[in-house]
Each structure stands twice: as C-alpha cells, then as structure tokens.
Design a protein around this ligand. Sequence first.
Ligand SMILES: Cc1cc2nc3c(=O)[nH]c(=O)nc-3n(C[C@H](O)[C@H](O)[C@H](O)COP(=O)(O)OP(=O)(O)OC[C@H]3O[C@@H](n4cnc5c(N)ncnc54)[C@H](O)[C@@H]3O)c2cc1C
Length: 420
Amino acid sequence: MATEVVVVGGGFAGLEAAFYLRWRAAGRVRITLVSSEPQFYFKPNSIYIPFGLDPGRLLLPIGPAAERAGIRFVTARLEGMDPQEGRLFLASGSPSHLAYDYLIIATGARMRPEEIPGLGDHAAQIWTADQMLDLRGRLRKLVELARQGHRQQVLFLVPPNNRCSGPLYELVFMLDSWLRRQGVRRQVDISYATYEKGYIQAFGPRLNEVVELEFARRGIHGVRNWIAQEVLPNVVRFAHGETLPYDLLISFPPYVASTWLPPLPADDRGFLRTELSTRQVVGYPHIFAAGDAADFPVKQAYLAMLQADAAAEQVAARILGTEPQQVFEPTSMCIMEQFDTATFAHVPLRLTGDPQRPVEVDERANGRYRVGVSPLWRMGKKLLGYYLPWRFRNGLPFHAGKPWAAMEAGLKVMSTLLAR
Ligand SMILES: Cc1cc2nc3c(=O)[nH]c(=O)nc-3n(C[C@H](O)[C@H](O)[C@H](O)COP(=O)(O)OP(=O)(O)OC[C@H]3O[C@@H](n4cnc5c(N)ncnc54)[C@H](O)[C@@H]3O)c2cc1C
C-alpha cells in the first residue's frame, strides 16, 4: 500500500518538497499538497512590481502543476493537528481533516510590523503584491513632487527580527538607478538604516564591503547597528536617541511564523524546532519542516528549497528503505538586482548559537564563499526567473535532474569568471 504523505504550504518549500518526493518515490507514495492559496507567488521577483511589472506574471496556479505530477491538491488552511493520531484539521476547505503517515510543514512566515510602534501605520512594506503596488504609487508620487522642485527624503529601514534583509538592499539600489533614469536623483536624499552590525550581516564581510562601496558610489547615507524603536509621522526614533527624517519610509518588518502548531516545539516566534540536517521536527520522527516556517535563522527561497529537498529525501529514504542521498547543508545563493549591475553571492553558512549573530560564513568551506558584482549577473537572475516557474509549472522539483545539473554548471562557470 502507498504511504500517505501530506505537504502543507504552496510556496517554494512546499512545492519543492512535494515535487521532489514524487520524483524520488513515484509509485510508493500518495502525496496530498495543502495550501491556503490556490496560486504560487514568485516573491523574489516582486521587487520589479514597484517599477512596473504586472504582479499577475508572478502567479502560478498550483492545481494544474500538482495534477501533472499526480499529486492531490487541496486549497484549505491548516488550523490545528493531532500528531499522536497523525491528523490535520483544516478550515475553509473540504475535506475538514486529513490523515498522514509523514507530514512536511512548509507554511512560511508572516510580517509583524506591530513590534515597532508606528511602523505599520507609516511605512510602505514589501511582503505582498498589493504592498508592492502601493509602493509603486508612492514612488510615482515622489517623482512628481521631486519634478515640481520639492526635495524628497526616502528612508529604508530594517528593524530587528527581520530575517531576510536582502530584498531591501535590492530595492534601495534599484531605486537609486531608477531615479537617475527619471532625471530626479539630485532632488531625492536616500538613507538606509539597519539593526544589523554589518550590511546583509548574514552573508558575511564581503557583502558588507560591496554594500559600503555601492552606498558610497551612489551617494546613499547608510547606518548600521541602529535599532528602530518608534516610527512617528516623518521621523524614525532609534534606541540610542538618534532620529532620521523621511517623506517616504520603506521597511521590511519583523518575521513570525504564519501558523502556530501546538503541540509541536517552536521558538518564541512560532518557528518550528528542527534537527538541522534532516529537517525533522524535534521529537516527532514522522514530521518535518522546511523553509520560512522552520527555525533556520535566515529566511530565503533558495535555503527553503534546500531544506525541502532534505526533508523530502528523508521521507523518500524511509519509504524506499534506502539511505538518504542528501542532507541540508546551509548554503545561501542569491543574485541582488541593482538595475545598472547585480551582485552574486554564494555563502556557506554555519550556526553560531549566538542569538545576536545566529549564523556566520562557514570558514571551513574555504573557497566556496564567493561574491561578485557584474551587469552579467542580471542575466543569471533572469534565467532563474524563467527556470524555476518552468520546473514548478511542470510538476518538477527545482533542484533535480539534468536541467538543474546544467543550470548549476552554468552558475559555476559564471561564478569562476565573475566572482572571487
Ligand atoms: C520582496 C522579497 C524578495 C525576496 N527575494 C528573495 C530572493 O531574491 N532570493 C531568495 O532566496 N529569497 C527571497 N525572498 C525570500 C523568499 O521569498 C522566502 O524565503 C520564501 O518565499 C520562503 O518560502 P516558503 O515556501 O518557506 O514560504 P512561502 O513562500 O511564504 O510559502 C508559504 C505557503 O504556505 C501557505 N500557508 C501559510 N499558512 C498556511 C496554513 N495555515 N495552511 C495552509 N497553507 C498555508 C501559503 O499560502 C504559501 O503558499 C524574498 C522575499 C521578499 C518578501
């Protein structure tokens, strides 16, 4: 009889886990994929929405993709569970409950701007497509005012407990390039304040260096280790007493888990406690967690998919009675869009156990920490933007088979030539 596996979440981790498991254990497994949304949203490319991209181009219907892979798809919200009985309770959908032999949880995160008084009321945010469209409107207004001769101040803000600052760095560089093209850059002051001790702290000293050079080249005023305490209309107050003014505030708020699932063990933000390499939820041998929903401190689509592969591999190995072929080795890969150029980073990471600086570059992976800046990396970002939706649309995992081997080889060649 086929083993019943339920995967919850229709994002990067959920789709990757479901498609990977199907690819590895076809015929031996019955997979049900549950998601509160019927569409997959390709969030990393939502950075283009404020500058004109139609958000509809980032949506992919999950139902047909799952059907292609022979996976049952249920649109419903997971509300609770009984891990002793292996049962899930669903709201807003049919059926009202599901039974599983193995469960992979990939329900992602959500924003909690309320942690910083005033942030939710005064800042433009970047989590949803609607927020990105709202930002588009605010940027157009800003350009209009700048053209009329009203000097404008834009402040980018990363508060503590944001777990993925990269996109805000992309947006500040993209905005600078875009304002130059609009011919109004001189009328706009841009500042960037982050709680991090180094810019894009999680990705180590080389990324910090790149950002410092870019801020200097572009005339952006950057400050680190500034902890936002309160947001008032037109000014942000920081813990050490300083303030920064703004006409437009753009922020990426603190993260919490999207779904709290007692009695599963979780940290104080609801992120599920997992064994690092296998993604098994601590104390629950049949339950795994991948992506933003789990307790790995850096939240990223690339890391989410690596975790999903590792979780699905564990489940596949148990069903097939084989040894797992891979485990989760935290390595981040990202390409940071800047419009006039782009920055590539390949960063092997290590957990430190220090809550102030929970990850650091893994020095043992000497030579694999690579960073490069070149307009050619924009092509790499475009390629990933086509490759990933193409794989998912066809019910196939991102990291598997010959297409991924070819993609990886291409990235390696580019990284040898264009990064150090
Ligand atoms: C603007 C922006 C740019 C980014 N750029 C990059 C980038 O360039 N590179 C990169 O690697 N990462 C990037 N990220 C981060 C990346 O998007 C996330 O890390 C990634 O989406 C996490 O994937 P996930 O599957 O864990 O969660 P999500 O993609 O958030 O998916 C969660 C899924 O679970 C579903 N769900 C939630 N709760 C429930 C429930 N209770 N029941 C059923 N279903 C539920 C949701 O509907 C969704 O389908 C960016 C993020 C943002 C906001």
